[in-house]
Design a binder for this molecule. Structure first.
Ligand code: NAD
Ligand code: MG
Length: 389
């Protein structure tokens, strides 16, 4: 039967990353439904070129300008426009060549192109949680003003989003974000003090990019996700709670006024929330492995260890205090994580660095977008100065 629905044009920002590559797998399985029109990457020109030759987008953007000539040369036989540099990410987002942006850049760098897409009224499949952590108030109000839906890709937020379908008139009591606990669940500071990069990158349930893997090991990922949840679902800080669920089968839970809870479950595989966000409101069939109820299984829940994983109380403070504090926390965390990944500071020192930075950078209660950029820069500079000492 002829398919009368035109393919949805996808701008895939951060196509060479963990989310980006899994999104292309999803898109390949549903080639009649999706058409990749924009691909972007920061450094990995080889993979970007390979992806471009396979998916034939209209535009590719390589962030690292030194790689421009190589990408241009490699794609010279194709009808593909090649751009380079940070501003090209934003400029491309302003072009009417896509129907949905998958925001899968890691970190603060994802903010500007995502805002530009929202200003264009484009639906966003949002993996880049830092966008909402840094400037959730402005991003969400722009999304409302421009009628640009934001569909979460983060598995917990996708779960909450799915649980809320059909519940728009019902009050939420709280949302319970599940956390795997990461590779160091149950460990104490005397163990963590000696942890190195490679150990921290071994996540028990998920295979992810380096930054979010470290964030999962320190539990900062869950802290960032609390802030992300507050903005996505318009919650008060005290409505967002965390439970450690090491099996990562229940992806999150919504509890309503009547005490009834809805949870979304599945095997831990990011292709599921990616596919859900890309195809929303439809569900598409696939042949990914399913959870096996015939095997003896136990699903467990426990309280996070806030004394050992001190990033979580710091993120909670930012969630409750608001203003530019989450932006400062995020910037300090990015500096800390990259310093840890380069073996410049230890695992526990990441938290010290974040704590000192949020104490130092001045607080703004109602920041403008420019204030956020200034706070980000100030926090990065201060955090970096602590490493040099
Ligand atoms: P990754 O490091 O694997 O990939 C990041 C992508 O962003 C790459 O394509 C890279 O080229 C690009 N990039 C990096 N720095 C950039 C910059 N300065 N400017 C422009 N592009 C840049 O990261 P990931 O694990 O795919 O995560 C992407 C985002 O999705 C993060 O915000 C993360 O928190 C979120 N997320 C990831 C997962 C996961 O399973 N990986 C799950 C939930 C949420
Ligand atoms: Mg998550």
């Amino acid at each position: 039967m002829a398919n009368n629905n035109p393919a949805k044009r996808i701008a895939l920002y951060g196509s060479t990353g963990s989310i980006g590559r899994q999104a292309l797998e999803v898109i390949s399985r549903h080639a009649d439904k999706f058409d990749v029109t924009v691909l972007t990457a920061q450094h990995n020109d080889e993979l970007l070129v390979k992806q471009a030759l396979q998916y034939k987008p209209d535009i590719v953007v390589i962030g690292d300008e030194k790689k421009y000539a190589r990408v241009k040369e490699a794609l010279s036989g194709e009808m593909i426009k090649v751009f380079a540099g940070e501003s090209a990410l934003e400029e491309t987002a302003a072009l009417d060549v896509y129907d949905m942006m998958l925001a899968a850049i890691v970190g603060f760098a994802g903010l500007k192109p995502t805002i530009r897409a929202i200003e264009m009224g484009k639906p966003i499949a949002l993996a880049n949680k830092e966008t909402l952590v840094v400037a959730g108030d402005l991003v969400m109000s722009k999304a409302v003003a421009n009628v640009a839906p934001i569909i979460p890709v983060d598995s917990e937020h996708s779960a909450i989003f799915q649980c809320l379908i059909g519940e728009s008139r019902n009050k939420i009591d709280k949302v319970i974000l599940t956390a795997s606990g990461g590779p160091f669940l149950g460990k104490k500071p005397n163990f963590l003090v000696n942890v190195k990069r490679d150990h921290a990158l071994q996540h028990p349930n998920w295979k992810m990019g380096a930054k979010i893997s470290v964030d999962s090991a320190t539990l900062m990922n869950k802290g960032l996700e609390m802030i992300e949840a507050k903005w996505l679902f318009n919650l008060r800080p005290e409505q967002v709670v965390i439970t450690i669920h090491p099996q990562s089968i229940i992806h999150s839970i919504v509890q309503f006024e009547d005490g009834s809870m809805k949870a979304q479950m599945g095997l831990p595989d990011m292709k599921l929330p990616i596919q859900y966000a890309l195809a929303f409101p439809k569900r598409l069939p696939n042949d990914y492995p399913r959870y096996n109820f015939k095997k003896p299984n136990t699903l467990t829940f426990e309280e996070p260890d806030l004394k050992t994983f001190r990033n979580l109380p710091l993120a909670s403070e930012a969630l409750f205090k608001g203003g530019n504090l989450p932006c400062i926390l995020n910037a300090a965390n990015e500096i800390a994580v990259y310093a840890f990944l380069h073996n410049r500071i230890g695992f526990l020192e990441m938290t010290d660095l974040i704590e000192k930075t949020i104490q130092r950078v001045h607080f703004i209660e109602k920041p403008t977008l420019d204030d956020y950029f200034e706070s980000d820069a100030e926090a990065r500079n201060f955090a970096a100065s602590l490493i040099k000492l």
